[in-house]
Design a protein around this ligand. Structure first.
Ligand SMILES: *Cc1c(COP(=O)(O)O)cnc(C)c1O
Length: 413
């Protein structure tokens, strides 16, 4: 991880032309056939440890390529390189889970006495980490609510070490102005960390907009097949070195086989996202005026300002659509029962469409008041659209909504 230039056996990835697009980059980014016996698909280095080239000495330490898989492994690098390339970062690392990536990043960068500012609507696991674990180590977390986020200048104050946000948010898909947050963080001397799981680097590249680090649950869109738990961090070499030190100690390592699955999934990310963006675009337009739907959440739908921000910073709006059903909790239950293609499950970003009720899954730890503050009612369903045919999803979801509208008309408000 450190001193990459010095290590004799560590061949770099093949240089690629500057002019290639993201689909090409995803397919070719991790190419280094010289290192891999000419194999088109790099092998899975399913090994815990690596030979030393000679007796322990400074010279053999310098000439070794890899040491131990908790620290580094070529298959992990094959998975990290396309993420690095797409996020436009100096470097990237993969981890055993999204939470592993987030926890390692925060514990690597923060110290006792630091204050961080965080969006109250973050992913539930991140909220837990920040509200229970970090304070035990003397890190103070100041939460900001959605209605304050339009003015990051008053959220990030001098003395704040780090600002941490997600955009679009979960599950109401509100959009925050990344460039403005980056400027505000810069002015206060704080680092800006963005969880880019929902958008993916195809739809949004926070580093180009001034963010310092991007974190991912690679479990979701990046791997894309709901068959692996993984995480990633991308950013500058300087910051990654601090995270590496924590990684060696914390050990949230991505197993080589899981790294292979992530690397394989990444090759089709652009194709998958194109379909998922299209599914999101068409379903959000078609379902907006359905009588069973009280409100539809999709990036840019929140307000004219958010639409302008989304148009500026997003290349696609993604495959997550949330519906607040007019009939509340009862309607949500009915809706889930009536769906024939869309599976009921938490998680998102896979090839198959999934639906969940955030108040009962990802946000169940919140009380009624906290749910209210986030615009999450008990009739809110979050749909992660997969890569199925758009017409099939539209039909399945519309028929389920029609059934709900017919059976619970009295509760419509
Ligand atoms: C799922 C998720 C995480 C946590 O990732 P795991 O891979 O489940 O550990 C973090 N952030 C967001 C936005 C997520 O959706």
């Amino acid at each position: 991880m450190s001193g990459e230039g010095e290590r004799a056996h560590r061949s770099r990835f093949d240089p690629l032309p500057e002019w290639i697009g993201p689909s090409t980059r995803l397919v070719h980014a991790a190419r280094r056939p010289d290192y891999n016996a000419g194999a088109v698909v790099p092998p899975i280095y399913q090994t815990s440890t690596f030979h030393y080239p000679g007796p322990f000495s400074e010279a053999s330490e310098r000439s070794r390529a890899y040491l131990y898989t908790r620290i580094e492994n070529p298959t992990q690098e094959v998975a990290a390189e396309p993420i690095r390339a797409l996020e436009g970062a100096e470097g990237a690392r993969v981890f055993g889970s999204g939470m592993g990536a987030i926890a390692t990043t925060l514990l690597g960068l923060l110290r006792h006495g630091d204050e961080i500012v965080a969006l109250a609507d973050l992913y539930g696991g991140t909220v837990d980490l920040m509200s229970h674990l970090l304070p035990k180590y003397g890190v103070h977390v100041r939460w900001v609510h959605q209605d304050e986020t339009a003015e990051p200048e008053s959220c990030v104050r001098p003395g704040t070490r780090l600002a941490y946000i997600e955009t679009p948010t979960n599950p109401t898909l509100r959009v925050l102005d990344i460039e403005r947050w980056a400027r505000a963080a810069d002015a206060a001397g704080a680092l800006l960390v963005i969880d880019n799981t929902f958008a993916t680097p195809l739809n949004q590249t926070p580093i180009a907009l001034g963010a310092d680090l991007v974190v991912h649950s690679a479990t979701k869109y990046l791997a894309g097949h709901s068959d692996v738990i993984a995480g990633a961090v991308a950013g500058s070499t300087r910051l990654l070195e601090r995270i590496d030190a924590a990684h060696v100690a914390l050990g949230a390592t991505l197993d080589p086989f899981a790294a292979f699955l992530l690397a394989r999934g990444l090759k089709t990310l652009a194709l998958r996202m194109a379909r998922q963006n299209e599914n999101g675009r068409r379903l959000s337009a078609a379902l907006r005026d359905h009588p069973a739907v009280r409100a539809l959440h999709y990036p840019g739908f929140g307000s004219a300002e958010e639409e302008a921000i989304a148009a500026r910073q997003m290349r696609g709006r993604g495959g997550i659509v949330s519906l607040s059903l007019a009939g509340g909790e009862h309607a949500a239950r009915q809706f889930l029962q009536r769906l024939r293609l869309v599976h009921v499950a938490s998680s998102l970003g896979g090839v198959e469409s999934l639906v969940s009720v955030p108040a009962e899954t990802s946000h169940r730890q919140l009380n009624a008041e906290e749910l209210d503050a986030r615009g999450i009612d008990r009739g809110l369903v979050r749909i992660s659209l997969g890569i199925e045919d758009t017409d099939d999803l539209l039909r399945d979801i519309t028929e389920a909504l029609d059934g709900v509208a017919a059976s619970v008309p009295a509760t419509r408000d």
